[in-house]
Design a protein around this ligand. Structure first.
Ligand code: C5P
Length: 227
């Protein structure tokens, strides 16, 4: 049966601006927003802290189950007012660290983990609509999305954008190491067996290399309203 609640899927490589665009589009339309990468980052953070092997699929799936169906309130994952909480612990900043992003990219190859996060992602679909960003929103999680956007940008421009964000937050790092890191993550996301990063059938490809965020948001809204 067709699900009447509209979903806009925005997929693309690391630091392509998906997150910001998704939030802005959701705000404009009054839709909910799903940052699916945050889920992989939360599991990545916990795996690092708990010493869970980054290639141990069943153990990673158990971590995902623990935070989504948590009986222990200290382990319950919540999104509230733009913050990400585990019980009462605020992990909004912790999951943005580069080492956590790297761990997230590694664990995301595990099919068991991806399956464990599927229901949680689909449960975010609620009226009047959802904007979901990630790697497999249009291909796997919401194949019936009414608009699929594949957002790309030149890797050097993406590295520069990420570098600026990190400097603003006072994190150390060099542009060259960030660039290498992005290339490595892109390659892993594109070549993995499960839910690889590819444009979904019917996706609109948007190259934001020479575009402002405002222009990207306007284009996505334009497509949605025209559809
Ligand atoms: O988008 P973000 O950089 O926060 O995602 C962190 C990592 O999680 C990515 O490098 C990617 O490997 C993984 N991911 C994924 N599928 C998604 C979202 C993120 O595999 N839908």
């Amino acid at each position: 049966m067709m699900n009447p609640i509209p979903v806009i899927a925005i997929d693309g490589p690391t630091a392509s601006g998906k997150g910001t665009v998704a939030q802005r589009v959701a705000q404009e339309l009054g839709f909910a927003c799903l940052d699916s990468g945050a889920l992989y980052r939360v599991v990545g953070l916990l795996a690092l802290e708990q010493g869970v092997g980054l290639d141990d699929g069943p153990a990673l799936a158990a971590v995902a189950d623990a935070i989504t169906t948590a009986e222990d309130p200290a382990m319950r994952l919540r999104f509230a007012d733009g913050r990400i909480l585990l019980g009462t612990r605020d992990i909004t900043e912790a999951i943005r660290r580069e080492e956590v992003g790297r761990a997230a990219s590694r664990i995301a190859t595990a099919g068991e983990l991806r399956a464990a996060l599927l229901a949680l992602q689909r449960a975010q679909r609620r009226p009047p609509g959802l904007v979901a960003d990630g790697r497999d929103m249009g291909t796997v999680v919401f194949p019936d999305a009414c608009l699929k956007v594949f957002l790309i940008a030149d890797v050097r421009v993406r590295a520069e954008r990420r570098y600026k964000q990190l400097i603003e937050k006072g994190y150390p790092g060099t542009l060259e190491s960030l660039l290498r890191d992005l290339e490595e993550r892109d390659a892993r996301d594109r070549t993995r067996d499960r839910a690889p990063l590819v444009a979904a059938d019917g996706a609109k490809i948007l190259d934001s290399t020479a575009m402002t965020i405002d222009a990207v948001v306007a284009q996505v809204l334009g497509w949605y309203r025209a559809g």
